[in-house]
Design a protein around this ligand. Structure first.
Ligand code: A2P
Length: 338
């Protein structure tokens, strides 16, 4: 099996290489990025591999993990799969296309099997939320879901992290922080603005949580509202989530349910200072869930807090898990050589 990464030099590309090395069984890796990086060398499994310019035609790989942005995927993904490979796309280019499955393997892995060459990897905030919310929905029925997010700068890629570090240094040295990546200076600030504002007053990032939760869980009757906020951390998104349920649940029942749910680590002992945080969730494959308590607003409802490494579960890990799922199910097509 041959795997390709498009966007290998980016923040998610870097994580894809780490996750591939630790999880997937395959024979060969191809690395692609923009012409800026062509010829640069990256190390994988002790070997140096050369980064090539992203092809504008078929890619000779069984699995193509794409993380070079929506416009690149939109323009080229259909060409890449002409050799019979499958694209697992990290951008939002195809997520709302009815022909394209949007997959979180712990929740709707089987949807990946109906792909027609492209599978979409969800928005990072949604992927992290549904790992915790989908098991609760299956058992107790979620009627309403209110989400407030605390999103790391790496959600905007390597350049987001660079801006946080560089501008923090500028500010600590007494200078005036500027901004290019974010709508305002990010050091010592929080910014309730991620992606473009829509006509309804929500941002696109917030609406992604609505649309994608519906598509992944497969139930568009759930009422979802999100406020998405950028905070000055490097990686891992956190989310405060309030759920109204069809059938009332106690915190103990939710704790017990999540403790046996795939992809979740229950970290919930406030008296001992144990709750989800970017500090502890960064680098972890599981999403931390804690602060599980009875809602004071919805009778029998639940409040919880999650932290998930959005470069991993929100991006690279989820994409590799989709590839693993296809491999396990024998669903990777016999590829023509191109
Ligand atoms: P490059 O490093 O050569 O610019 P991030 O999300 O961290 O900003 O990373 C984006 C990734 O997508 C990088 O690997 C970047 O390559 C790649 N990329 C950006 N634009 C293009 C493009 N037009 N064609 C192919 N790859 C691209």
């Amino acid at each position: 099996m041959r795997v390709a990464i498009v966007g290998a030099t980016g923040a998610v590309g870097h994580e894809l290489m780490q996750v591939l090395e630790s999880r997937l069984k395959f024979d060969e890796l191809l690395l692609y990025a923009s012409p800026r990086s062509a010829g640069s060398r990256l190390t994988f499994g002790g070997q140096e591999l050369t980064v090539q310019v992203t092809p504008e035609g078929p890619i000779d790989a069984d699995v193509i993990l794409a993380s070079a942005g929506g416009s690149v995927s939109k323009a080229l993904a259909h060409r890449w799969i002409e050799g019979g490979g499958v694209v697992i796309d990290n951008s939002s280019a195809f997520r709302y296309d009815a022909q394209v499955p949007l997959v979180v393997p712990e929740v709707n892995g089987e949807a990946a099997l109906s792909h027609r060459g492209i599978i979409a990897n969800p928005n990072c905030t949604t992927a992290i939320a549904v790992v915790a919310v989908a098991p609760i929905h299956r058992e107790y029925g979620v009627k309403r879901m209110i989400v407030s997010t605390y999103q790391a700068t790496s959600g905007a890629g390597q350049k987001g992290m660079d801006e946080l570090l560089e501008q923090t240094r500028v500010q600590l040295e007494g200078g005036q922080a500027t901004h290019e990546v974010f709508a305002h200076p990010i050091p010592f600030n929080v910014i309730p603005h991620i992606d473009a504002f829509q006509d309804n007053g929500y941002t696109k990032e917030e609406m992604k949580v609505v649309w994608e939760t519906h598509k992944i869980i497969g139930d568009s009757s759930i009422r979802v509202s999100c406020t998405a906020v950028r905070i000055p951390t490097l990686r891992t998104h956190s989310e405060a989530i309030t759920l109204e349920l069809e059938r009332p649940a106690t915190p103990a029942q939710i704790r017990e349910l999540l403790a046996r749910s795939a992809g979740v680590e229950v970290r919930d002992d406030p008296a001992a200072g144990l709750y989800p945080m970017p500090l502890t969730a960064s680098g972890k494959y599981d999403v931390e869930v804690g602060r599980i308590r009875e809602s004071l607003v919805f009778d029998g409802g639940i409040d919880l807090f999650v932290s998930g490494d959005q470069l991993l579960k929100g991006a690279a890990l989820n994409a590799v898990q989709i590839a693993e799922y296809l491999q396990e199910k024998g669903a990777l097509k016999e590829r023509q050589r191109v």
